[in-house]
Write a protein that binds this ligand. Structure first.
Ligand code: AMP
Length: 365
């Protein structure tokens, strides 16, 4: 069965075309349409981007006829409290994705633009939405509520949602395979460390807490995001520097994290290089980054009541033995035994393809 997975970003469309027959996970075509909306770009908007994607698939010989594609799976960042599972897309699902654009203004509108573009060009092919937030909808209320006046939750649905759900779910499944134990017998901590970073506590295959919150700003220190911070510090900066809301948002999301502390780069490889050559700011950025990871793993270890394995993934997680070893050492100290530490490459697109297949399996057979 040929499944097209589409991931629309603000100025790009990534796609992978899978053939999932016979338990094979073959990628038969993949591509990236970039600089959407920029002055001299080929694609003026996402709809035109989908048109380019179609010619790219046909040029690369992924399929000879578009009708060979059985189903399309779309990554959608925010599904609010409504979507606990992947959804076959219809007018009602589209309406709700649009509604949740209030909670993810940078992501849901472009995800939706991809969906609408595809409905235009692949009108007879079913489409499925896979939500980043869905995996974390199992988090209990004591973990997802903020200790603010309750009316903000009632009025605005202001609460922790968590992100990177598809990646955490994929890593948990892979860990279960590697450990040779069913997911419902495992306690796992999964660390997705990439451009964005988040850690999730997974009990019996279900997310019970995660470090990102109402937005992907909360939790760990990231490339350019500050992660956890005393909110009063934000008021203090705004007052003393005379910053507007937008300017402050820019500081917290784009000027902080590894970049803000090192003053050099948001790229972990560059931080590591400068640290090795004795740069003190890069060293502090590295130490803070690792300290936060330890802090969250410690908290989730306690919440879970022990853990079978701590898993690392993402561009940083998959390529940083220094971090993995630092965590291993602490785990040996607290658990008194060798807790498994696994490094597992993530594949969000494959997970989206598999979840998409599950939704339409019965219908297409
Ligand atoms: P991702 O969002 O998963 O693509 O991860 C991107 C981040 O991973 C980049 O910003 C880099 O900081 C980091 N990264 C990529 N390759 C490596 C590597 N070989 N070693 C350490 N960090 C890496």
């Amino acid at each position: 069965m040929k499944i097209l997975v589409i991931n629309c970003g603000s100025s790009s469309i990534k796609y992978k075309l899978f053939d999932l027959d016979n338990n094979q996970n073959n990628i038969i075509a993949k591509g990236l349409i970039e600089r959407i909306g920029e002055p001299k770009a080929l694609a003026r908007d996402h709809s035109q981007g989908i048109k380019i994607l179609i010619s790219d698939i046909l040029n690369k010989g992924g399929v000879k006829d578009l009708n060979e594609i059985s189903v399309i799976g779309h990554r959608v960042v925010h599904g609010g409290e409504t979507f606990l599972k992947p959804q076959l897309i219809n007018a009602e699902v589209i309406r709700k994705i649009r509604k949740y654009a209030q909670l993810a203004p940078l992501h849901n509108p472009v995800n939706l633009a991809g969906i609408i573009g595809c409905r235009r060009f692949f009108s007879r092919i079913p489409q499925v939405a896979i939500f980043d937030t869905a995996f974390h909808q199992s988090i209990p209320e004591e973990a997802y509520m903020y200790a603010l006046p309750k009316r903000y939750y009632k009025k605005y649905k202001l609460r922790k949602y968590g992100f990177h759900g598809t990646s955490h779910q994929f890593i948990a499944r892979q860990a279960s395979k590697l450990l040779g134990k069913p997911l419902n017998k495992l306690k796992l901590i999964t660390c997705h460390l990439g451009n964005g970073c988040s850690i999730t506590a997974i009990d019996k295959g279900k997310s019970i807490d995660t470090s990102m919150g109402f937005t992907p700003l909360e939790g760990l220190m990231m490339g350019t995001r500050c992660g956890d911070i005393d909110v009063a510090a934000v008021f203090y900066i705004m007052k003393n520097e005379g910053l507007s809301l937008l300017e402050m948002d820019n500081v917290l999301n784009r000027k902080s994290g590894l970049l803000g502390i090192s003053g050099i780069s948001n790229d972990f490889r560059v931080i590591r290089k400068f640290r090795k050559s004795g740069n003190l700011s890069a060293n502090l950025a590295w130490k803070m980054f690792v300290y936060r990871i330890k802090k969250y793993i410690g908290a989730y270890y306690f919440i879970l009541g022990g853990v079978d394995a701590v898993c690392f993934t993402g561009g940083i997680g998959e390529n940083s033995p220094g971090i993995v070893n630092a965590i291993k050492q602490v785990l040996v100290k607290i658990s008194g035994k060798e807790t498994k530490v696994l490094v597992i490459p993530t594949d969000e697109e494959l997970m989206i393809a598999k979840l998409t297949y599950k939704v339409v399996k019965k219908k297409l057979k």
